[in-house]
Design a protein around this ligand. Structure first.
Ligand code: GTP
Ligand code: MG
Length: 345
């Protein structure tokens, strides 16, 4: 491998947690803050994934982030459903992730799918932090929108602060019952052996600056070496879902975690009956809401580099399998690539 080709790719962040604890709201809030900061064009709603570039993170995080401290390009968030029946999607998200956010409703504490998520993260050895969400629902809470968490907690009455702390320490107890040593994130020195807890509200944006700062810091500190990939090389990815797309037939929604995929590449995709060899017909990305009416739902792009989400249209994808690998053949022998894919099925 030529080291001069290595580029730092975006870390993949899985957002996991029990149903209704606020995973999607948290990502909505991050997207919304970017819009407020006049960065609406910068955040793209990709297939099953939200890409947030570093300059947007530093806008949202304000005083907490100095962008010159970082050289990773941003964060790619993957939302997952919390309903108990979607356990394969959760493990797929966990397996894809470099790091994760475990979202827990601070009033509800650990629930069945929180425990399931913790098991997935432990099994896949994925470092994670806990977003203690819905702090704004503490009775008597006085919201300070988009403020760092310690500042808004300090601004509450003693009684509100005491009630919140009670819930937070119960949550830290839940983590400890599951053999994770945890503490409020500002007291954690060694994030490899301790889980940081970040009190947040997806409703008011309180604590979101902290959440992004901690995720960025964690990635930079512990993931940087793994993020050095040959972005120009043939792509590797995972099928999130097999979908029907009007005008294209069977397509796959994929996360690309290595290399680049181009609109005419030969690819091998894991299928129900074994590896499928096919050629990319189109790489499709959802259009921003305001363009859908005039331009149709998707725009075609020429290439996609890791890490990113993309919808791939190609012949013969009907039997493609969610969770299966995708490989661009490039200048390798196609039989070798087929064997690689078969080995991973
Ligand atoms: P699933 O995808 O079904 O697992 O749920 P989810 O974790 O994505 O939860 P979602 O974001 O859909 O939020 C569930 C409900 O909680 C919605 O009604 C949200 O408006 C509400 N909610 C989420 N976060 C907050 C918060 O921080 N404060 C308040 N007050 N409500 C919140
Ligand atoms: Mg959701």
């Amino acid at each position: 491998d030529d080291e001069s080709e290595a580029t730092l790719r975006t870390p993949i962040v899985a957002v996991l947690g029990h149903v209704d604890h606020g995973k999607t709201s948290l990502l909505d809030e991050i997207r919304g803050s970017a819009v407020t900061e006049g960065e609406s064009g910068a955040i793209t709603q990709h297939i099953g994934a939200t890409a947030v570039p570093l300059d947007v993170i530093s806008e949202i995080a304000g005083e907490l982030v100095d962008p010159t401290d970082f050289d990773l390009p941003g964060l790619l968030f993957i939302d997952t459903p919390g309903h108990h029946s979607f356990s394969t999607l959760r493990s797929r998200g966990g397996a894809l992730a470099d790091i994760a956010i475990l979202v827990v409703d601070v009033n509800d504490g650990f629930q069945p799918q929180t425990l399931e998520a913790v098991d997935i993260l432990a099994r896949t050895q994925t470092p994670f932090i806990v977003a203690a969400n819905k702090i704004d629902t503490t009775p008597g809470w006085n919201p300070n929108p988009d403020t760092p968490t310690q500042r808004t907690i300090d601004a509450q009455t003693d009684r509100v602060e005491r009630d919140l702390n009670e819930n937070l320490y119960e949550l830290i107890g839940d983590l400890s019952d599951n053999d994770f040593s945890a503490d409020m994130y500002w007291r954690v020195q060694d994030f490899q052996n301790n889980i940081g807890v970040v009190p947040v509200s997806a409703e008011t944006g309180e604590g979101i600056p902290d959440l992004l700062t901690v995720m960025m810091g964690l990635s930079q500190r512990y993931m940087k070496e793994e993020m050095a990939v040959d972005v120009g090389g043939p792509a590797a990815g995972t099928v999130l879902e097999v979908t029907d797309t009007q005008g294209f037939g069977a397509t796959v929604d994929a996360i690309i975690y290595d290399g680049t995929i181009r609109a005419d590449d030969e690819i091998v995709v894991g299928g129900v009956e074994g590896p499928i060899v096919t050629e990319v017909r189109a790489l499709l990305r959802p259009r921003p809401l305001e363009e859908i009416r005039t331009e149709g739902q998707f725009e075609q792009v020429d290439s996609v580099a890791a890490a990113d989400g993309i919808k791939i249209a190609a012949p013969d994808l009907d039997d493609a399998m969610a969770g299966a690998p995708i490989r661009v053949v490039g200048d390798r022998d196609v039989d070798d690539v087929i064997e690689d894919v078969r080995a991973e099925l």
